[in-house]
Design a protein around this ligand. Structure first.
Ligand SMILES: Nc1ncnc2c1ncn2[C@@H]1O[C@H](COP(=O)(O)OP(=O)(O)OP(=O)(O)O)[C@@H](O)[C@H]1O
Ligand SMILES: [Mg+2]
Length: 297
C-alpha cells in the first residue's frame, strides 16, 4: 500500500496548521515528531478523513481517499489524542461496542476483543469498569480499540503518553509485530520513544516537514557538531548559558559532563560524540525553547 499526501493544507481562519505538506508512506512505522502546535494532530485527522483539507489531497495507491467512502474507513484504525470512553462500560464491553460500530461480525468480535486485551496487558481487568482505570490503562484500551478491525493503516496520536516503561516496551513490540505489511503513523514529542519504535522519522514544525529519514540519516547533519566535555560544575553552568545543552550530568567528584551543540569546538578538551535524535531536535527547536524560558521568567 502506498499512502500519498499531496500539497496538503489546513487552515483555521488565518492560522495554517498544515502547510502544503507532501510525502509518501508505505508499509512500516513512521514517527511524527514535533513540538506542541506543530500540526501533528491536524495532519492525522486529515488522514483519517475527520477533517477536510483547505487544499491538497490524499491518495491510496493512486486513488483519492475522499472518494473511497467506507472502503477507506474499513482500512483505518485511529487513536485520538484524547480518546473518550464511556466510564460505566467495562473494558470488554467497550471493545465489543467499538466492534459493532466498525461492523465487525458478532462471532469474531469477542475473540478479537479478548486477544487485543491480552496484547495490551488488560486481560485481568477486562471486566472492570473504565472509570476505575488509570491513565495508562485507558491509553492501552485506546490502542486496543484502534487495532480491532485489523487496520491496514493505523494512526496513533501520542500512543505512549502516560505509559510506564514496561508498557512502553510492550507497546513497541506490539507495534513492530503489527506493522509488517501495514502502515503505522504515530506522533509523539518524546524523542526516545520514536527513536526506538519508528523506522522512519518525520520531523514537523509549523505545519511543515523539516526532515524525514531513519535516525542515522536525519542526524547525519549533526556530525561534528555535538560535543562532550567534563569541567567543574561552576564553570559548566556558565558554559551552559552560552550554548544549547542536550544533556548535563554531575559526576561523583564534583564535575559536570556537558553535551553541547555547537558548529565550533566550544572549549579545549571538548570531544565530538555520535549525534542522536535528541541533539537534532534541540538544534531545530532551541529558539522556541529559549523564548518559552524567557516568557516563564
Ligand atoms: N479547531 C481548531 N481551531 C483553531 N486552531 C486550531 C484548531 N485545532 C488546532 N489548531 C491550531 O493549529 C495548530 C496545530 O495544532 P495541532 O493540534 O495539530 O498540533 P499538535 O502538533 O498536535 O500539538 P500537540 O503536540 O500539542 O498535540 C496549533 O497552532 C493549534 O492552535
Ligand atoms: Mg496533538
Amino acid at each position: 500500500m502506498k499512502l500519498q499526501i499531496h500539497n496538503l493544507t489546513k487552515k483555521y481562519g488565518t492560522k495554517t496548521a498544515v502547510d502544503h505538506m507532501s510525502f509518501t508512506v508505505e508499509n512500516g512505522v513512521y514517527g511524527l515528531l514535533g513540538a506542541n502546535g506543530a500540526g501533528k494532530t491536524t495532519l492525522m485527522r486529515l488522514i483519517c478523513g475527520i477533517q477536510r483539507p483547505t487544499a491538497g489531497k490524499i491518495t491510496l495507491d493512486g486513488q483519492e481517499v475522499s472518494g473511497m467512502g467506507e472502503e477507506y474507513c474499513a482500512l483505518l484504525g485511529y487513536l485520538p489524542q484524547n480518546c473518550a470512553f464511556y466510564p460505566d462500560f467495562t473494558a470488554l464491553d467497550f471493545l465489543l461496542y467499538v466492534c459493532a460500530l466498525k461492523g465487525i461480525e458478532a462471532k469474531n468480535a469477542g475473540k478479537r476483543s479478548r486477544l487485543l486485551l491480552r496484547e495490551v496487558g488488560l486481560e485481568k481487568e477486562q471486566k472492570q469498569k473504565i472509570k476505575t482505570f488509570s491513565g495508562g490503562m485507558k491509553q492501552r484500551l485506546g490502542i486496543a480499540q484502534a487495532m480491532l478491525n485489523n487496520p491496514g493503516i493505523l494512526i496513533l496520536d501520542e500512543p505512549t503518553a502516560g505509559l510506564d516503561p514496561r508498557e512502553r516496551i510492550r507497546f513497541r513490540n506490539l507495534i513492530s509485530a503489527f506493522s509488517k505489511n501495514r502502515i503505522v503513523i504515530l506522533s509523539t514529542h518524546i524523542v526516545s520513544d520514536i527513536e526506538f519504535i519508528a523506522g522512519e522519522i518525520m520531523m514537523m514544525k509549523n505545519g511543515r516537514l523539516l526532515k524525514t529519514g531513519c535516525t542515522g540519516e536525519i542526524t547525519a547533519e549533526m556530525l561534528g557538531k555535538v560535543w562532550e566535555c567534563t569541567l567543574p560544575t561552576v564553570q559548566a553552568e556558565k558554559l551552559a548559558v552560552k550554548y544549547p545543552v542536550s544533556n548535563m550530568r554531575n559526576t561523583e567528584d564534583g564535575n559536570t559532563v556537558l553535551r553541547i551543540i555547537s558548529p565550533q569546538k566550544p572549549l579545549d578538551g571538548a570531544k565530538t560524540v555520535q549525534p542522536n535524535l535528541e541533539d537534532l531536535y534541540l538544534n531545530y527547536f532551541k529558539e522556541e525553547k529559549r523564548d518559552e524560558t524567557a516568557f516563564e521568567i
